[in-house]
Design a protein. Structure first.
Length: 306
């Protein structure tokens, strides 16, 4: 899409910092290309709001907005909670844990580029124009599961799970490698407890998470010391789209009621309850807030949710 043809997306500003947004992005003619300089202005079509969600990508203007994020110029330190000017790409960011992590990182001062299939952005086929050229953190959180007895697993199911959960990590990290090297950035892979304790009726998922774990360790060794790579392996997470989908698949596969499925899963958890998604997201936010919080976790996998 040609920026010159999208005049209605430009907002005239003078050379003074205006409005509550930290990122004032101008072209050569001083036309605003990103967060609007209008005090209190909110784009209602889904790509920009003032406050913590300051640079979301939209379904229609992904390349345009990623150009804005790429050329972002922070205002003076102290002008907003986003003074650091750090940029994070979060996959699987439109629901569940990915969405919670995106919000947590925004609260820690990141501009978050959301990358999700619901937005037309597929980790199995990342397009350079949908990615910013400056990236400090990549969170690979996109994932799928297909539950079924071994004899019922189709090759299509297998490929979908492996391509999303493993190949997606490989392709996204590869696509952003130059940007991450330039910033001496970080890659956080969301793996799963299934990499350590495989579940029944989840051959593809278990294999994919085991592969994601060893890929994390391999990337950590290959990309060190410039890029820090580590992972977190959550156990059963409460009230996400994936957890509800898994519950339904388990009920169908095992012939259980909802209560039977829930009791079975809770019986294996030391706390007797599923892990709240916001707890993991807050933990991720803390770790990624400062390189010192995770630098020495390179190559490590952190189990979360006993």
């Amino acid at each position: 899409m040609s920026l010159q043809k999208e005049e209605e997306w430009y907002h005239k500003v003078d050379s003074s910092p205006v409005g509550p947004c930290q990122y004032q992005v101008w072209d050569a003619e001083k036309k605003c290309l990103g967060p609007c300089g209008e005090p209190g202005h909110v784009w209602t079509d889904g790509w920009h709001t003032t406050g913590t969600r300051s640079a979301m990508l939209c379904d229609l203007h992904g390349a345009f907005v990623s150009d804005a994020v790429r050329d972002a110029k922070p205002m003076g330190v102290g002008d907003s909670p986003m003074s650091g000017g750090k940029i994070a790409v979060v996959t699987g960011s439109e629901s569940g844990l990915g969405a919670a992590i995106a919000v947590a990182l925004e609260s820690k001062g990141y501009v978050v580029v959301r990358y999700d299939l619901r937005m037309g952005r597929d980790v199995r086929n990342p397009h350079p124009e949908s990615l910013p050229s400056k990236v400090d953190v990549l969170v690979n959180c996109a994932g799928v599961n297909r539950i079924g007895w071994l004899q019922d697993v189709t090759e299509r199911d297998w490929d979908e799970v492996m391509d999303t959960n493993v190949k997606g990590i490989f392709l996204m990290t590869q696509a952003l490698l130059p940007a991450l090297r330039a910033t001496k950035g970080t890659v956080l892979n969301i793996v799963s407890n299934a990499a350590h304790m495989p579940m029944r009726c989840s051959a593809a998922y278990n294999a994919s998470k085991g592969a994601a774990l060893i890929l994390t360790k391999q990337l950590a060794r290959e990309l060190a010391p410039d890029i820090t790579v580590f992972s977190i392996s959550p156990n059963k997470i409460a009230d996400t789209g994936m957890s509800h989908s898994i519950d339904k698949q388990v009920m169908r596969t095992r012939g259980w009621t909802a209560e039977q499925a829930r009791n079975y899963q809770l019986s294996s958890l030391l706390t007797g309850e599923e892990t709240p998604v916001d707890c993991i997201a807050e933990f991720v936010g803390f770790l990624l807030q400062d390189k010192r919080h995770h630098k020495y976790l390179a190559g490590c996998d952190i189990p979360y949710g006993a």
